[in-house]
Design a binder for this molecule. Sequence first.
Ligand SMILES: [Zn+2]
Length: 350
Amino acid sequence: MKAATARLLTYSIVGGLAFVAMRATPPLPSSPSLKAPASVASLFDFVHRTANEITPEVTVAPLVVVANDKDRIDTLVVAGVIHSNLFNAIDKAAGEALPRGARNGLAFSLADIFEYRVDMSRDLQDGDRFHVLVERVEKPTGAVVVNKVLAARLALSGNEYDAIHFKSDATSGEYFDSNGRSLRAAFLRAPVAFRRISSFFGLRFHPILGRWRNHAGTDYAAASGTPVRTIGDGIVSFAGRKGGYGNVVEIRHRNGFVSRYGHLRGFARGIRRGTRVDIGKTIGFVGMTGLATGPHLHFEVLVGGRQRDPRVALRMHGGEPIPSHEQPTFQRLRDNSLASLLAYKLAGTN
Ligand SMILES: [Zn+2]
């Protein structure tokens, strides 16, 4: 890897969004398996060394790994400022590096990685920023797809959310925050998967929906029939019709929270009072029963019987920590990952 020479392929700035891509040539020798690339730490060493050799302005370089004879894998940083939504931001940041399908795939991957911390359909604001270190795979056919996201940082309204992919002894690889706590938590932040919502309302941020009097709660526009998932493990305490809610499911969670899902077209099989459900399980389908002027999910979180803002009630401060004996390994990976991500400066930011 040390012998690889690098050349700058692309360096363009599009309206304040920068994209940098470098590729090392010639290709590196094959390693035996797609699932067993060289160690990440050594790859990051390569990033820093290569970047310094090229030019001080180019602070992050993709890595090149040839994992087998068929696929060519490299790694790149995609970073940008969000103005309208995540899709547009990724389009601008990676339009030259990734085809549309891969860009959408990257948006969905980010939503999945942060789904216990961030409601990607509602929590983004103009001026928020993202940095992602992601593997890019070029198939023998020439098709380009995104593989694993190695690290990411979201800066949303001044709050930073980090995700570091780490393979611990106990897991085959999952995401941890910068404190070494799993991003998995007791509750998902949204009752409808981001990819389901975005496919319906497209590029708009907050769909405007008809509202009934004394409306409180959060509305998610989605096509009629879109699956609705429970945000956490729990027991169904109500499934039936209830006034303006129409068909509604209520789930009582272990910590005493109740989540409520209204206007459903119908219930998932087996969902009735007393049914035990696991986090993420489909409990019903988006509809417009009750007082609704269009298909959407009406979602509430109740604490002690009172409605609470889900953004506050569901705020999570970290899941299971990495075992102490693995912390040093994780911390090295984290430091390298974040250094690589953040060495990439966005125009107009520090
Ligand atoms: Zn509503």
